[in-house]
Write a protein of this length. Structure first.
Length: 134
């Protein structure tokens, strides 16, 4: 009986890890100093040069081995079992949803930025008025 293993598709693995980390192709490209189209080509490639793989791993915040050994099934299994502490002696569950909290902080940050931007616009208008009046 002959077993054939699936070829390692590093580009697809990079894509999945990037998506799981919540990083867009544009951001990854920007961090690497290349175009978004180049990232798309890399993610379509079965093989990726070691030097490029090292740079991508650094930006994604993972080890090169994590990319090479990434398994969709293992990732799903990890996330499915992450909160399953039924056999654990300690049941430390978060009393809040971290993602909701993160979204609240992002929204608050956005509001503060908008207020700062409005303040800067008002200053600019004031300076223009002073310059015009003088």
């Amino acid at each position: 009986m002959e077993t054939t293993s699936k070829p390692i598709h590093l580009g697809r693995k990079i894509s999945r890890i990037r998506e799981l980390r919540g990083i867009k192709q544009e951001i990854l490209a920007q961090e690497l100093g290349i175009s978004q189209q180049s990232i798309s080509r890399i993610e379509s490639s079965e093989e990726v040069e070691e030097e490029i793989l090292l740079k991508i791993a650094k930006v994604l915040g993972v080890q090169v081995d994590a990319i090479k050994n990434f398994s969709e099934e293992a990732a799903i299994n990890f996330f499915n079992n992450f909160n399953d502490h039924s056999n654990s002696t300690f049941n430390n569950h978060c009393t809040f949803n971290a993602l909701d909290k993160l979204m609240e902080v992002i929204e608050e940050n956005k509001k503060l930025y908008e207020r700062l931007l409005q303040s800067e616009r008002e200053k600019l208008e004031y300076v223009k008025k002073l310059k015009k009046d003088s």
